[in-house]
Design a protein around this ligand. Structure first.
Ligand code: ADP
Ligand code: MG
Length: 498
């Protein structure tokens, strides 16, 4: 895990410098008649996307309020606050051979680890990534699970001598399944709906562990699913394994979500026995958060209206990798139409939804060349807009900046909401730490985004409190996290009598 401190002075200085550059560009635009309509659109965007710290505090408070409501009763909030049935996170003492399967996008991954306890830790680890043929993403349930079970069986067959399964034991698997699931126990849960381009007949309402188990049996693979989790819970578990102070995990990738450790008696809707640990991991499904305090624009409204899930995942539509590039496209399209930003014609490709992906936006945003060559190249390659002027390119960067920083600052406000809920938003005296495990391609690769998020946490928490809060990149914590949860929920563990 690479450690990233909450922030550095250098980062915040860079952000300030960026704001100054933006101001200079805007002032120059104002001075020229042709640019006046462009400046007006940008100014309006900037105002509507503004996230002064007072507004962020309102967002954080609203997050805390919704968390309470979602924990109080089923359906009590836009935040589902799903009970994960994970009441024990890895301690480092886990030993043995465990498998994990991570399904949640266009690829799935299979992984095995040999755990050596506190001393040996992860003695050996191997994984394989398999892409799912598109026809299986919209076919039948058995076909998809058979494909996965077959890949898993092949992977198991390649297990080398470095991995040891005690004689007479069944192999065990942690299943990371990153779709909305209503969990029934640690190792079972029914699918609420398919998302992310999957649409498979006959799985909704079914127990996905039972589906996978049947497919493994059809393949002749003797393996037990010991834990069913989503990527956020997996990241939390993987994070905790390496750092005892991890209390929450946030995913910022194609989508966004968060999970954290809650006190079991603070969950009124939980009617089961109180776990011995006194704790329960909650899967917030925070992408569905919404609040009147969120700064939204007409672009966001239109994006939501035209989306596959109007009215849902509003927070996600402001901050996650699936949408940032699309918001940028919508702003550029309006500039092209109303302010002849790219000349007399509207570039046809600019009309195509989702043509401008967030990694392209990020590449343009990070362009530090004097003539903004990367911006010019991307506009040409992706949108078919040749020969842009330096001034045009600067405006594009300014828009990237407004959109990305709004997202990053809102994500930080969400984190502060969690810290408030668990009483970790104030300075601690005993040198204790509060660690948040972060994962996802957006956070990992969009540096301006992640640095802005860190700066904003510091701004909101203040110098003293933020010195004990650490955000840590936990790349692929979720895969190993699932294997660790399979270990801590192994059928071979002796029940601990209290
Ligand atoms: P997923 O969320 O689908 O499980 P990842 O965590 O790898 O997968 O995140 C992938 C997402 O991260 C992409 O959809 C994209 O939005 C974002 N992303 C990937 N690379 C970059 C990049 N260089 N800059 C900005 N965002 C990126
Ligand atoms: Mg992922």
């Amino acid at each position: 895990m690479g450690k990233v401190g909450v922030t550095t002075a250098v980062v915040c200085a860079a952000a300030a410098a960026c704001a100054v550059t933006a101001l200079v560009v805007r002032n120059r635009m104002r001075s020229s008649g042709k640019w006046a309509p462009v400046a007006a659109v940008v100014k309006e965007l900037e105002e509507r996307c503004a996230t002064p710290v007072g507004k962020l505090r309102q967002v954080a408070d609203a997050m805390t309020v919704e968390m309470h409501a979602g924990l109080a009763s089923e359906g009590g909030s836009k935040l589902k606050m799903l009970i994960s049935y994970v009441d024990n996170l890895p301690t480092g003492d886990e030993t043995g051979l465990f498998y994990a399967l991570d399904l949640g996008g266009t690829n799935f991954r299979v992984l095995r680890v040999q755990l050596g306890g506190k001393e040996g830790r992860v003695a050996k680890q191997e994984f394989e990534e398999v892409s799912i043929p598109p026809h299986l993403m919209v076919g039948g349930s058995d076909e998809l699970f058979d494909f996965i079970a077959l890949a898993l069986a092949k992977f198991v067959a390649s297990e080398g001598e470095d991995f040891h399964l005690p004689v007479g034991r069944q192999r065990e698997l942690g299943f990371t399944f990153s779709f909305p699931v209503r969990q029934i126990s640690i190792a079972s849960g029914t699918l609420i709906k398919w998302t992310k381009g999957f649409n498979i007949d006959g799985t909704v309402g079914e127990d996905v562990v039972a589906e996978l188990t049947r497919a493994m049996e059809r393949q002749g693979l003797d393996m037990r699913v010991s834990a069913l989790v989503n990527d956020t819970i997996g990241t939390l578990a993987g994070g905790r394994y390496y750092d005892n102070d991890v209390v929450a995990a946030v995913i910022l990738g194609t989508g966004t979500n968060a999970a954290y450790v809650e006190r079991a008696h603070a969950i009124p809707k939980w009617h089961g026995l109180l776990p011995k640990s006194g704790e329960m991991v909650i899967n917030m499904e925070w992408g569905n958060f919404r609040s009147s305090h969120l700064p939204t624009t007409d672009y966001d409204q239109a994006l939501d209206n035209e989306s596959l899930n109007p009215g849902e995942q509003i927070f996600e539509k402001l901050i996650s990798g699936m949408y940032l590039g699309e918001i940028l496209r919508r702003v550029l399209l309006r500039l092209a139409k109303e302010a002849s930003f790219f000349g007399d014609c509207v570039p046809p490709k600019l009309e195509v939804p989702f043509i401008l992906r967030t990694p392209v936006m990020s590449a343009m945003h990070h362009d530090t060349s004097a003539d903004l060559k990367v911006v010019g190249t991307k506009l040409n390659e992706v949108l078919g807009i040749p020969d842009t002027s330096l001034k045009t390119r600067k405006v594009v960067i300014q828009i990237c900046d407004i959109i990305a920083k709004r997202g990053a600052r809102l994500a930080a406000a969400g984190i502060v909401g969690i810290l408030k809920k668990i009483g970790r938003d104030n300075a601690v005296k005993d040198g204790g730490r509060t660690v948040i495990a972060m994962d996802g391609g957006l956070y990992e690769h969009y540096t301006i985004f992640s640095e802005c998020l860190q700066c904003t946490l510091k701004e909101m928490l203040g110098e003293e409190a933020s010195s004990s809060v650490v955000v840590k990149l936990a790349s692929d914590g979720s895969g190993i996290g699932a294997a660790l949860l399979a270990a801590s929920h192994s059928q071979y563990l002796q029940p601990v009598l209290s």
